[in-house]
Design a protein around this ligand. Sequence first.
Ligand code: NAD
Length: 258
Amino acid sequence: MTEKKTVLITGGARGIGLATGREFLRRGWNVTIGDVDREEAEAQARASEGAMLALAMDVRDRTAIDEAFARSLDHWGRLDALVNNAGIQRHGPLETIPFADWNAVLDINLHGAFHCLQVAGRHMLAQGSGAIVNLASIAATRGAPGRAPYAVSKAAIVSLTKTAAVEWTERGVRVNAVAPGYVETDLVTSFVAAGRLDTAPMIARTPARRLARPEEIARAIAFLCSDDASYVSGHVLHVDGGFEADYGVPFFPPKQGA
Ligand code: NAD
Protein backbone atom coordinates (compact mmCIF):
# COMPACT_ATOMS: atom_id res chain seq x y z
CA MET A 1 0.00 0.00 0.00
CA THR A 2 1.25 3.43 -0.93
CA GLU A 3 2.31 5.73 1.91
CA LYS A 4 0.82 8.70 0.13
CA LYS A 5 -2.74 9.72 0.91
CA THR A 6 -5.32 9.45 -1.87
CA VAL A 7 -8.17 11.73 -2.90
CA LEU A 8 -10.98 11.07 -5.37
CA ILE A 9 -12.41 14.20 -7.01
CA THR A 10 -15.67 14.08 -8.95
CA GLY A 11 -15.94 16.38 -11.97
CA GLY A 12 -12.15 16.58 -11.91
CA ALA A 13 -11.54 17.02 -15.65
CA ARG A 14 -11.74 20.82 -15.62
CA GLY A 15 -12.41 23.95 -13.58
CA ILE A 16 -12.33 23.77 -9.78
CA GLY A 17 -12.04 19.96 -9.80
CA LEU A 18 -8.94 19.95 -12.00
CA ALA A 19 -7.31 22.79 -10.03
CA THR A 20 -8.02 20.77 -6.87
CA GLY A 21 -6.37 17.69 -8.36
CA ARG A 22 -3.27 19.75 -9.15
CA GLU A 23 -3.24 21.21 -5.63
CA PHE A 24 -3.36 17.74 -4.06
CA LEU A 25 -0.51 16.62 -6.35
CA ARG A 26 1.50 19.64 -5.19
CA ARG A 27 0.90 18.46 -1.60
CA GLY A 28 2.15 14.94 -2.41
CA TRP A 29 -1.17 13.08 -2.58
CA ASN A 30 -2.31 10.44 -5.07
CA VAL A 31 -5.19 11.82 -7.13
CA THR A 32 -8.10 10.17 -8.92
CA ILE A 33 -10.28 12.36 -11.13
CA GLY A 34 -13.69 10.91 -11.97
CA ASP A 35 -15.67 12.67 -14.67
CA VAL A 36 -18.52 12.02 -17.09
CA ASP A 37 -16.23 13.60 -19.72
CA ARG A 38 -13.89 10.64 -20.00
CA GLU A 39 -11.84 12.10 -22.88
CA GLU A 40 -10.95 15.29 -21.06
CA ALA A 41 -10.23 13.44 -17.81
CA GLU A 42 -7.89 11.07 -19.65
CA ALA A 43 -6.20 13.98 -21.45
CA GLN A 44 -5.54 15.61 -18.07
CA ALA A 45 -4.21 12.35 -16.62
CA ARG A 46 -1.84 12.00 -19.60
CA ALA A 47 -0.71 15.61 -19.13
CA SER A 48 0.09 14.74 -15.48
CA GLU A 49 2.26 11.85 -16.75
CA GLY A 50 0.30 9.30 -14.74
CA ALA A 51 0.32 11.25 -11.48
CA MET A 52 -3.47 11.47 -11.77
CA LEU A 53 -5.71 8.46 -12.44
CA ALA A 54 -8.66 9.30 -14.74
CA LEU A 55 -11.89 7.33 -14.46
CA ALA A 56 -15.12 7.57 -16.41
CA MET A 57 -17.75 8.26 -13.79
CA ASP A 58 -21.26 9.65 -14.01
CA VAL A 59 -22.38 10.64 -10.52
CA ARG A 60 -25.99 9.81 -11.51
CA ASP A 61 -25.07 6.16 -11.89
CA ARG A 62 -24.55 4.28 -8.60
CA THR A 63 -23.06 1.24 -10.34
CA ALA A 64 -20.51 3.41 -12.16
CA ILE A 65 -19.67 5.14 -8.86
CA ASP A 66 -19.14 1.83 -7.06
CA GLU A 67 -16.89 0.68 -9.91
CA ALA A 68 -14.90 3.93 -9.98
CA PHE A 69 -14.22 3.84 -6.23
CA ALA A 70 -13.23 0.16 -6.48
CA ARG A 71 -10.86 0.88 -9.38
CA SER A 72 -9.31 3.84 -7.58
CA LEU A 73 -8.77 1.72 -4.45
CA ASP A 74 -7.33 -1.06 -6.55
CA HIS A 75 -4.93 1.38 -8.25
CA TRP A 76 -3.72 3.38 -5.23
CA GLY A 77 -4.51 0.97 -2.37
CA ARG A 78 -6.22 3.57 -0.17
CA LEU A 79 -8.84 6.32 0.00
CA ASP A 80 -8.40 9.22 2.41
CA ALA A 81 -10.52 12.01 0.96
CA LEU A 82 -13.46 12.67 -1.35
CA VAL A 83 -14.20 15.98 -3.06
CA ASN A 84 -17.83 16.08 -4.19
CA ASN A 85 -17.31 18.65 -6.93
CA ALA A 86 -19.29 17.56 -10.04
CA GLY A 87 -22.05 20.10 -10.62
CA ILE A 88 -24.19 21.73 -13.28
CA GLN A 89 -26.43 24.75 -13.61
CA ARG A 90 -29.77 25.33 -15.41
CA HIS A 91 -31.34 28.78 -15.70
CA GLY A 92 -35.00 29.74 -15.91
CA PRO A 93 -37.73 31.65 -14.08
CA LEU A 94 -39.54 29.59 -11.44
CA GLU A 95 -42.88 29.87 -13.24
CA THR A 96 -41.58 28.30 -16.46
CA ILE A 97 -38.46 26.27 -15.68
CA PRO A 98 -39.11 22.71 -16.89
CA PHE A 99 -39.26 19.97 -14.26
CA ALA A 100 -36.65 18.13 -16.37
CA ASP A 101 -34.17 20.97 -15.68
CA TRP A 102 -35.02 20.90 -11.97
CA ASN A 103 -34.38 17.15 -11.90
CA ALA A 104 -31.20 17.38 -13.99
CA VAL A 105 -29.60 19.76 -11.49
CA LEU A 106 -30.71 17.87 -8.37
CA ASP A 107 -29.71 14.52 -9.88
CA ILE A 108 -26.09 15.64 -10.26
CA ASN A 109 -25.54 18.33 -7.63
CA LEU A 110 -27.40 16.64 -4.77
CA HIS A 111 -28.15 12.99 -5.50
CA GLY A 112 -24.73 12.49 -7.12
CA ALA A 113 -23.06 14.00 -4.07
CA PHE A 114 -25.13 11.75 -1.78
CA HIS A 115 -24.13 8.59 -3.68
CA CYS A 116 -20.42 9.45 -3.60
CA LEU A 117 -20.59 10.53 0.04
CA GLN A 118 -22.25 7.23 0.98
CA VAL A 119 -19.80 5.05 -0.98
CA ALA A 120 -16.74 6.93 0.32
CA GLY A 121 -18.24 7.22 3.81
CA ARG A 122 -18.74 3.46 4.20
CA HIS A 123 -15.08 2.85 3.32
CA MET A 124 -13.81 5.66 5.57
CA LEU A 125 -15.99 4.61 8.53
CA ALA A 126 -14.65 1.07 8.23
CA GLN A 127 -11.04 2.35 8.33
CA GLY A 128 -11.87 4.93 11.03
CA SER A 129 -10.54 7.95 9.14
CA GLY A 130 -11.27 10.20 6.19
CA ALA A 131 -12.30 13.66 5.04
CA ILE A 132 -15.04 14.73 2.67
CA VAL A 133 -15.51 18.17 1.13
CA ASN A 134 -18.73 19.04 -0.68
CA LEU A 135 -18.98 21.98 -3.07
CA ALA A 136 -21.69 24.41 -1.96
CA SER A 137 -22.07 27.98 -3.27
CA ILE A 138 -22.98 31.50 -2.19
CA ALA A 139 -26.34 30.56 -3.77
CA ALA A 140 -26.97 28.13 -0.88
CA THR A 141 -27.97 30.78 1.63
CA ARG A 142 -29.95 33.33 -0.39
CA GLY A 143 -32.56 33.72 -3.11
CA ALA A 144 -30.92 33.26 -6.53
CA PRO A 145 -33.32 34.53 -9.21
CA GLY A 146 -33.43 32.31 -12.30
CA ARG A 147 -31.35 29.64 -10.55
CA ALA A 148 -33.86 27.91 -8.27
CA PRO A 149 -32.75 24.28 -8.75
CA TYR A 150 -29.09 25.23 -8.36
CA ALA A 151 -29.68 27.27 -5.19
CA VAL A 152 -31.88 24.52 -3.72
CA SER A 153 -29.28 21.86 -4.54
CA LYS A 154 -26.55 23.87 -2.81
CA ALA A 155 -28.70 24.61 0.26
CA ALA A 156 -29.31 20.87 0.50
CA ILE A 157 -25.56 20.24 0.19
CA VAL A 158 -24.98 22.44 3.24
CA SER A 159 -27.62 20.45 5.14
CA LEU A 160 -26.15 17.11 4.02
CA THR A 161 -22.69 18.30 5.07
CA LYS A 162 -23.84 19.16 8.59
CA THR A 163 -25.81 15.95 9.12
CA ALA A 164 -22.97 13.78 7.80
CA ALA A 165 -20.51 15.61 10.06
CA VAL A 166 -22.70 15.06 13.12
CA GLU A 167 -23.18 11.36 12.29
CA TRP A 168 -19.61 10.54 11.31
CA THR A 169 -17.07 12.79 13.03
CA GLU A 170 -16.86 10.67 16.22
CA ARG A 171 -16.02 7.72 13.95
CA GLY A 172 -13.09 9.56 12.37
CA VAL A 173 -14.70 11.01 9.23
CA ARG A 174 -14.80 14.80 8.93
CA VAL A 175 -17.27 16.37 6.49
CA ASN A 176 -17.10 20.02 5.41
CA ALA A 177 -18.25 22.25 2.57
CA VAL A 178 -16.61 25.00 0.56
CA ALA A 179 -18.90 27.76 -0.69
CA PRO A 180 -17.23 29.64 -3.55
CA GLY A 181 -18.28 32.95 -4.99
CA TYR A 182 -18.05 33.23 -8.78
CA VAL A 183 -14.99 31.44 -10.13
CA GLU A 184 -13.43 31.81 -13.58
CA THR A 185 -14.34 28.36 -14.95
CA ASP A 186 -16.23 26.97 -17.96
CA LEU A 187 -19.42 26.94 -15.86
CA VAL A 188 -19.28 30.74 -15.59
CA THR A 189 -17.65 31.68 -18.90
CA SER A 190 -20.15 29.58 -20.92
CA PHE A 191 -23.06 31.49 -19.37
CA VAL A 192 -21.31 34.82 -19.99
CA ALA A 193 -20.74 33.80 -23.63
CA ALA A 194 -24.42 32.84 -23.97
CA GLY A 195 -25.48 36.26 -22.64
CA ARG A 196 -27.09 34.63 -19.57
CA LEU A 197 -24.73 36.15 -17.04
CA ASP A 198 -23.06 39.52 -16.56
CA THR A 199 -20.18 39.29 -14.11
CA ALA A 200 -19.83 43.10 -13.73
CA PRO A 201 -22.51 43.45 -10.99
CA MET A 202 -21.07 40.40 -9.23
CA ILE A 203 -17.59 41.91 -9.25
CA ALA A 204 -18.96 45.26 -8.02
CA ARG A 205 -20.87 43.45 -5.23
CA THR A 206 -17.77 41.47 -4.11
CA PRO A 207 -15.38 43.20 -1.69
CA ALA A 208 -12.39 41.62 -3.49
CA ARG A 209 -13.65 43.33 -6.74
CA ARG A 210 -12.77 40.33 -8.89
CA LEU A 211 -13.82 36.74 -9.53
CA ALA A 212 -11.96 33.86 -7.89
CA ARG A 213 -9.35 31.77 -9.65
CA PRO A 214 -9.95 27.99 -9.47
CA GLU A 215 -6.66 27.57 -7.56
CA GLU A 216 -7.98 29.74 -4.73
CA ILE A 217 -10.92 27.37 -4.20
CA ALA A 218 -8.62 24.35 -4.58
CA ARG A 219 -6.36 25.47 -1.72
CA ALA A 220 -9.33 25.79 0.66
CA ILE A 221 -10.57 22.31 -0.31
CA ALA A 222 -7.12 20.77 0.19
CA PHE A 223 -6.79 22.49 3.58
CA LEU A 224 -10.09 21.00 4.77
CA CYS A 225 -8.95 17.53 3.68
CA SER A 226 -5.57 17.91 5.40
CA ASP A 227 -4.51 17.19 8.98
CA ASP A 228 -4.23 20.96 9.48
CA ALA A 229 -8.05 20.86 9.65
CA SER A 230 -8.14 17.88 12.05
CA TYR A 231 -10.70 19.58 14.36
CA VAL A 232 -12.81 21.14 11.59
CA SER A 233 -16.05 19.32 10.77
CA GLY A 234 -19.53 20.41 9.72
CA HIS A 235 -18.12 23.77 8.61
CA VAL A 236 -19.04 25.76 5.51
CA LEU A 237 -15.96 27.69 4.42
CA HIS A 238 -16.86 30.71 2.30
CA VAL A 239 -14.21 31.37 -0.32
CA ASP A 240 -15.91 34.32 -1.91
CA GLY A 241 -13.78 37.46 -1.62
CA GLY A 242 -15.98 38.75 1.22
CA PHE A 243 -19.33 38.38 -0.60
CA GLU A 244 -21.10 36.57 2.25
CA ALA A 245 -20.03 39.14 4.83
CA ASP A 246 -21.40 42.11 2.86
CA TYR A 247 -25.09 42.86 3.22
CA GLY A 248 -25.01 44.41 -0.20
CA VAL A 249 -26.18 48.01 0.24
CA PRO A 250 -23.46 50.48 -0.78
CA PHE A 251 -22.29 53.22 1.58
CA PHE A 252 -21.77 56.70 0.17
CA PRO A 253 -19.62 58.89 2.45
CA PRO A 254 -21.16 62.29 3.28
CA LYS A 255 -20.00 65.06 0.91
CA GLN A 256 -17.32 67.34 2.38
CA GLY A 257 -18.89 70.29 4.21
CA ALA A 258 -22.39 68.74 4.19
P1 NAD B 1 -17.20 23.14 -14.61
O1 NAD B 1 -18.45 23.14 -15.42
O2 NAD B 1 -16.03 23.96 -15.06
O3 NAD B 1 -16.70 21.65 -14.37
C1 NAD B 1 -17.59 20.67 -13.86
C2 NAD B 1 -17.07 19.29 -14.18
O4 NAD B 1 -18.07 18.35 -13.71
C3 NAD B 1 -16.90 19.03 -15.69
O5 NAD B 1 -15.64 18.44 -15.95
C4 NAD B 1 -18.05 18.09 -16.03
O6 NAD B 1 -17.76 17.20 -17.11
C5 NAD B 1 -18.24 17.35 -14.72
N1 NAD B 1 -19.56 16.74 -14.61
C6 NAD B 1 -20.75 17.28 -14.98
N2 NAD B 1 -21.73 16.38 -14.80
C7 NAD B 1 -21.15 15.26 -14.28
C8 NAD B 1 -21.65 14.00 -13.87
N3 NAD B 1 -22.95 13.68 -14.02
N4 NAD B 1 -20.78 13.09 -13.36
C9 NAD B 1 -19.47 13.39 -13.26
N5 NAD B 1 -18.93 14.56 -13.64
C10 NAD B 1 -19.78 15.49 -14.14
O7 NAD B 1 -17.66 23.57 -13.12
P2 NAD B 1 -16.86 24.37 -11.99
O8 NAD B 1 -17.13 25.82 -12.17
O9 NAD B 1 -15.48 23.89 -11.87
O10 NAD B 1 -17.72 23.95 -10.70
C11 NAD B 1 -17.36 22.85 -9.89
C12 NAD B 1 -18.25 22.83 -8.66
O11 NAD B 1 -18.14 24.08 -7.97
C13 NAD B 1 -19.73 22.65 -8.96
O12 NAD B 1 -20.32 21.86 -7.95
C14 NAD B 1 -20.27 24.07 -8.90
O13 NAD B 1 -21.64 24.12 -8.58
C15 NAD B 1 -19.42 24.65 -7.79
N6 NAD B 1 -19.36 26.11 -7.82
C16 NAD B 1 -18.82 26.75 -8.91
C17 NAD B 1 -18.80 28.15 -8.93
C18 NAD B 1 -18.25 28.92 -10.09
O14 NAD B 1 -18.40 30.15 -10.09
N7 NAD B 1 -17.62 28.31 -11.09
C19 NAD B 1 -19.30 28.86 -7.83
C20 NAD B 1 -19.83 28.17 -6.74
C21 NAD B 1 -19.85 26.78 -6.75
